[in-house]
Write a protein that binds this ligand. Structure first.
Ligand code: G3P
Length: 224
């Protein structure tokens, strides 16, 4: 399973990268806004994406802000030209599906975002998206079931052998990661806080504290 970090914050990407478990990055306009606020200065979008691409070996999703076919195509081509590992993030709307298909014909990979139904995911795969991003947490937020959506997409894609990778997005906690892995999602994108929580177990901390304590006692009993 690939791990992507869901952020545009360079320090967070650096920190996750140092763990050696990072396979890529997903960004969106909201995450760009947060990154600019944290840096306390305006950011050049394309320069910022280039910096992110140079920090990670894997795919970096950069989102278009146009919602019409021509605008999505123009922005998509510009974003794809930044670096080879840019994946153009396109919203799941009619012109977005058309653009995903046209971009694929030009050899430009896309991440189809804001997916909330299996029918949307089916269209994205047929159009030729490289990734589909079902938003798990946002469905849970409205008392729906993000995991059911993920399961349905994986089953449908398996039925027909679609090569579109399923990217579990809007992940809020470690159980989302566990369930996505059990279902066979190709990728999970998550905030740095969730990546760090994957490491934590109180029995590890308690066990380590006891080992350290016992080691000190052992050293006091050593001869010589
Ligand atoms: O990449 C976008 C997606 O992960 C959004 O997550 O937490 O804003 O619902 P969230």
């Amino acid at each position: 399973m690939k791990f992507f970090i869901d952020t545009a914050d360079l320090a967070e990407i650096q920190e996750a990268g140092e763990m050696g478990v990072l396979d890529g990055v997903t960004t969106n306009p909201s995450l760009m806004k947060i990154a600019a606020e944290r840096e306390g200065k305006p950011l050049d979008f394309h320069e910022h994406i280039a910096k992110i691409c140079d920090m990670v070996p894997g795919d970096v999703s950069a989102e278009v802000t146009a919602v019409d076919f021509d605008g999505i195509m123009e922005q998509g081509r510009t974003l794809a030209a930044i670096r080879d590992n840019v994946v153009v993030k396109v919203p799941l709307i009619l012109d977005g599906i058309k653009a995903i298909n046209a971009l694929a014909q030009e050899g430009i990979r896309s991440n189809c975002t804001l997916c909330f139904s299996p029918t949307q995911a089916l269209l994205a795969a047929k159009a030729g998206a490289a990734y589909i991003s079902p938003f798990l947490g946002r469905l849970d937020d409205i008392s729906s079931d993000g995991m059911t959506l993920l399961q349905e997409i994986i089953e449908i894609y398996d039925n027909f052998g679609y090569t579109t990778e399923v990217l579990a997005a809007s992940i809020r906690h470690p159980m989302h990661v566990v369930q996505s892995a059990l279902l066979g999602a190709h990728v999970a994108t998550m905030p740095l806080g969730v990546i760090k929580k994957l490491l934590v177990h109180p029995l590890t901390d308690i066990g380590l504290a006891k080992f350290m304590n016992d080691w000190e006692t052992f050293k006091q009993h050593q001869s010589g």
